[in-house]
Design a protein around this ligand. Structure first.
Ligand SMILES: [Zn+2]
Length: 229
């Protein structure tokens, strides 16, 4: 026997702490509207219950509206101490996002189209999350910037150091980029995923590079006419 019940707005006005697409970190989100599914499956002595909430949520900081789904079932429990258990919540957010990565937003239209395609794909891979693809994307973006800045050297390691010599990168950023370079290698050849935090940090440095190399020069060009400079 299988039974599914649908209800509306039972979780409206509830609040959840989730990552915001625009704000930094996790913020309180309120449910604007929701649909709840409650299911029961029975087979003789065996019974199984599950629940899914589909919610349109709004960040209480920046007001951005997005979507959350949360599912639980009677089998997946997590210990909360003292022999007590509660249902494990499987949460998904759309658009997908990861804490600490906000992306370049509208500024991406200053990027050359080939770079923008790799950037968008990398951001998507980061937030899906697909860490192996994200590491490969980060490496590709780094290679592109090195080419654009005519970094010399026979391999990416030397080229990153050359960017320091040219004053485009600080030694501290270069040290982290060397790690991304090997991140990309490991991802491509050994298929070893990296932590969200490592990748978010790497993305942060790459975004600064993209800003310095492509975005800021274009913005300066359009904001200051020749007679002003
Ligand atoms: Zn927000």
């Amino acid at each position: 026997m299988r039974e599914v019940k649908y209800t509306k707005n039972r979780t409206r006005d509830e609040e959840y702490e989730v990552s915001c697409i625009r704000c930094v970190g996790r913020t309180a989100h309120v449910v604007m509207a929701s649909v709840e599914l409650r299911g029961e499956e029975e087979d003789g002595d065996y019974s199984f219950g599950w629940a899914v909430d589909y919610q349109i949520i709004q960040c209480l900081g920046c007001k951005t509206v997005s979507f959350r789904s949360a599912s639980t079932n009677s089998e997946d429990m997590v210990p909360i101490g003292d022999g007590q258990y509660e249902s494990a919540i499987d949460e998904s957010l759309y658009p997908s996002r990861i804490e600490g990565v906000k992306g370049l937003g509208d500024d991406t239209h200053y990027l050359p189209s080939a770079v923008r395609r790799i950037y968008d794909g990398t951001l998507n891979a980061l937030s899906t999350p697909s860490p192996v693809l994200a590491a490969i994307g980060l490496r590709a973006l780094l290679e592109t910037v090195c080419k654009e800045k005519n970094a010399s050297g026979k391999d990416l390691f030397k080229k990153i150091d050359d960017l320091v010599g040219k004053g485009i990168l600080t030694p501290a950023s270069a040290a982290i980029l060397h790690k991304i370079r090997s991140l990309g290698n490991a991802a491509a050849h050994e298929v070893k995923p990296h932590s969200d935090k490592q990748l978010a940090l790497a993305m942060d440095i790459i975004e600064h590079l993209l800003k310095d190399v492509y975005i800021l020069p274009k913005q300066v060009e359009s904001e200051f006419s020749d007679d002003e400079v």
